[in-house]
Design a binder for this molecule. Structure first.
Ligand code: ZN
Length: 380
């Protein structure tokens, strides 16, 4: 049995931000809260989207989204939402503001603690449809959160958990590649490697969903062909447009589930004292996970490695890890966890949390704690 769903209304074109008010009107939203972060405000993107999108310059803005969104930030933004009698949320930014916007919508109508709605704590069945509408406007080409059913949030106790439900998917995604033109090269590369990892991990997931696999391969193709140019020349609109589409496609395939790269980057990203970037973590972990998944691969998985090698330009499937390492070098990504400042003494705890992560069940092959520790050591 396969559950295959595509739900989000997507407006995709350069200049699509001009459609914001029309889309909010169509959703019956008269008083939106903008959820962003300080970098997005400083870059002038909030002011630009309000103006081009036909909204008042007085529209309330929550700009406190942290790099990895937290339970405390959900409550702060929710206080602002209530203080202004808002009736909908516009998430504007990278994955963090978009995930926070989804969580604010959830907690606007759902009682109890945020943790009650975490997927590994049985939250899927508790998340209902009656939530204020969410419009997602990405300013990076990476997370795919604008069409994804998950929000990743770090709870007060330090756990980074997934909040997942079809009702968490934004009602509308406005994908405007012009909003990514100012993204600096390192963030372009890191968020792009997140998108590339989504396409690879969802493609390798053993769940049956051929449409999602086709979308993942097409997205991978676009990202692989354009990530170097988008990083090198940020004003190349063709490259920016292709990267935004590739990231969107990566997000559309989340329904197939991710894999061990994300099982590890979620708990590593929750280490507050290190403040590690999600996409950079994925870039660094991907070669070691590809090598692990290739061992003892089923015939079906081996055939998928052939397809990946063809798209990524690897001479043989066995060269895929080295191909990703070379791409990371070209993009100026760190080459290992040590360069990112990750000490080996966190591995045991990270591996414990990776086993529990919602992405682990859909890794290309079964994986246990000792395997996670070995992958972390290989990436050290
Ligand atoms: Zn990701």
């Amino acid at each position: 049995m396969a559950l295959i769903t595509y739900l989000t209304k997507i407006q995709f074109e350069a200049g699509a931000r001009a459609l914001l008010k029309d889309e909010l009107d169509a959703l019956g939203c008269k008083a939106p809260l903008i959820v962003a972060d300080k970098g997005i405000v400083a870059a002038g993107l909030v002011a630009e989207v309000l103006k081009a999108g036909g909204l008042s310059a007085d529209t309330p803005v929550y700009d406190g989204t942290p790099e990895n969104p937290t339970e405390a930030a959900v409550h702060e933004a929710l206080d602002l939402y209530r203080a202004h009698d808002c009736d909908g949320i516009v998430g504007l930014g990278g994955g963090s503001p978009l995930d926070l916007a989804k969580a604010v919508s959830l907690m606007a109508t759902h009682d109890g603690a945020l943790a009650d709605y975490a997927v590994i704590l049985g939250g899927l069945g508790r998340i209902r449809k009656d939530k204020p509408p969410v419009v997602a406007i990405p300013t990076t080409a990476g997370t795919g959160s604008e069409v994804g059913r998950a929000a990743l949030l770090t709870l007060e106790d330090g756990r980074k958990l997934g909040f997942i439900s079809p009702y968490m998917i934004p009602d509308v995604a406005i994908c405007d590649p012009e909003l990514t033109v100012g993204l600096p090269p390192m963030l372009t590369a890191a968020t792009g490697m997140d998108a590339l990892t989504h396409c690879i991990e969802t493609y390798l997931s053993p769940r049956y969903n051929p449409p999602a696999e086709a979308i993942a391969l097409d997205g991978l193709h676009r990202v692989a062909r354009n990530i170097r140019e988008a990083t090198r020349n940020g004003s190349d609109m063709d490259a920016r447009t292709e990267m935004m589409m590739g990231a969107l496609q990566g997000g559309m395939t989340f329904q197939k589930g991710l894999g061990a790269v994300h099982s590890l980057s979620h708990p590593l990203g929750a280490l507050k004292h290190l403040r590690l970037h999600h996409g950079t973590l994925n870039a660094v972990l991907l070669p070691a996970v590809l090598a692990f998944n290739a061992e003892g691969a089923s015939d079906a998985a081996a055939a998928k490695y052939v397809a990946l090698a063809g798209i990524l330009g690897a001479a043989r499937p066995a060269d895929l890890p080295a191909t990703i390492e070379a791409l990371n070098r070209d993009l100026g990504m760190p080459s290992n966890l040590t360069e990112m400042g990750v000490p080996a003494d966190v591995f045991d705890g990270v591996a414990d949390n990776a086993v529990l992560d919602h992405s682990t069940a859909t890794n290309a092959r079964p994986i246990e704690k000792a395997d996670f520790v070995a992958i972390l050591n290989a990436a050290l």
